[in-house]
Design a protein around this ligand. Structure first.
Ligand SMILES: [Ca+2]
Length: 341
């Protein structure tokens, strides 16, 4: 074989190894960096945390470079509705959701009574987050949160707080922080709670003495229902409805253009929309906050008028695509059960 070919082959086979090495976790000891030391000092002074314990935990944390890639391109920001929808609204996820509702029927019943949150919404959230507990994340939470807390400046403040909450959680629940796994953003368990949500909204729904949303579906169901109740879910109130706008009115210069507001929080009311000639079917007061959204479909678009319960879903994950996926999956699950969604 000519020398040139041998050299090319060697190079070709060496390249993946080289890239593999680059993608390997770097062995940074976060506890020894100035930011890591400041973080430890803060935890010691504010929470009377044991310094040596924190140093040991952080010394074991490993940087995960691919997390830095994932965090900068979340699906909610990069996909159109019809692409996003395809991931979550499909027969297998509906089928598994029905089985999950059946398997935990008594728990869903109790959660619905206690928290006033539709079982189909709770099941749909767990379905969208982790396919009902099947995919709860492959990263060690300590690696994910340390990487984002110390190597991702745009959100370092947020993730340092979450890392602190994670250590407080580990201390409170007496769990080893080096073994807990979760998403690339440090979200854990069936409902993918970040550490602050875990500490504030997880409940011990089977009363065995521990709020375990990572391995215990009963606690997970109760905790997701509690999260919604605490974020002002209104029992039995409508979530959103599709409406028809005449195309000529809804373009950028059309008379409805000002009705598509910025931000997830509604800034108009149902009355404002009624005055503009939109006639929703819901029986809600005119002073109910509402927001008109437009979703891209394969054929064009759909317009939806969304209500406070829709906003409550965006408190779980700050995206209207997410809220719509949860709503649509919940309706599919409710339809399977022969009930209105
Ligand atoms: Ca429990």
């Amino acid at each position: 074989m000519p020398l040139r070919l041998i050299a090319e082959r060697c190079l070709r086979s060496a390249l993946p190894i080289l890239f593999g090495l680059l993608a390997m976790p770097a062995q940074a000891n976060y506890g020894q960096t100035p930011e890591g030391k400041a973080f430890i000092d803060d935890m010691v002074s504010r929470h009377a945390f044991d310094q040596t314990t924190l140093e040991q935990w952080l010394a074991g944390a490993q940087q995960q470079p691919d997390i830095l890639e994932s965090i900068s391109r979340p699906a909610e920001k990069r996909l159109a509705w019809y692409e996003y929808r395809r991931i979550f609204i499909k027969p297998s996820r509906i089928e598994k959701g029905r089985a999950f509702l059946d398997a935990h029927a008594a728990t869903f019943e109790r959660a619905e009574k206690e928290f006033g949150v539709s079982r189909y919404i709770v099941a749909a959230v767990i379905g969208v987050e982790t396919q009902y507990g099947e995919y709860t994340g492959r990263y060690r939470v300590i690696d994910a949160l340390s990487t984002l807390a110390f190597d991702y400046p745009p959100r370092s403040r947020f993730f340092r707080r979450q890392l602190g909450e994670f250590f407080l959680l580990a201390r409170e629940q007496d769990i080893d922080p080096s073994v807990v796994k979760g998403s690339y953003a440090g979200a854990m368990g069936y409902g993918q709670f970040i550490p602050s949500s875990y500490r504030h909204y997880a409940v011990d729904f089977d009363k065995d003495g521990q709020a375990d949303i990572v391995t215990n579906p009963v606690d997970a169901i109760g905790s997701v229902a509690n999260y919604f109740a605490r974020h002002r879910w209104q029992a039995g109130a409508p979530v959103a409805e599709q409406i028809e706008l005449a195309d000529k009115d809804s373009g950028i210069d059309g008379k409805h253009s000002g009705l598509f507001t910025e931000g997830l929080k509604p800034t108009l009311t149902l009355g404002d929309y009624r005055k503009a000639g939109i006639a929703p079917q819901v029986k809600l007061d005119d002073n109910t906050p509402a927001r008109l959204i437009r979703l891209e479909t394969e054929q064009g678009h759909q317009d939806w008028l969304t209500y406070p319960n829709f906003y409550a879903i965006t408190r779980y994950n700050h995206s209207h695509l997410y809220a719509m996926a949860v709503l649509e999956l919940s309706r599919a699950l409710a339809a399977d059960a022969g009930q209105a969604g």
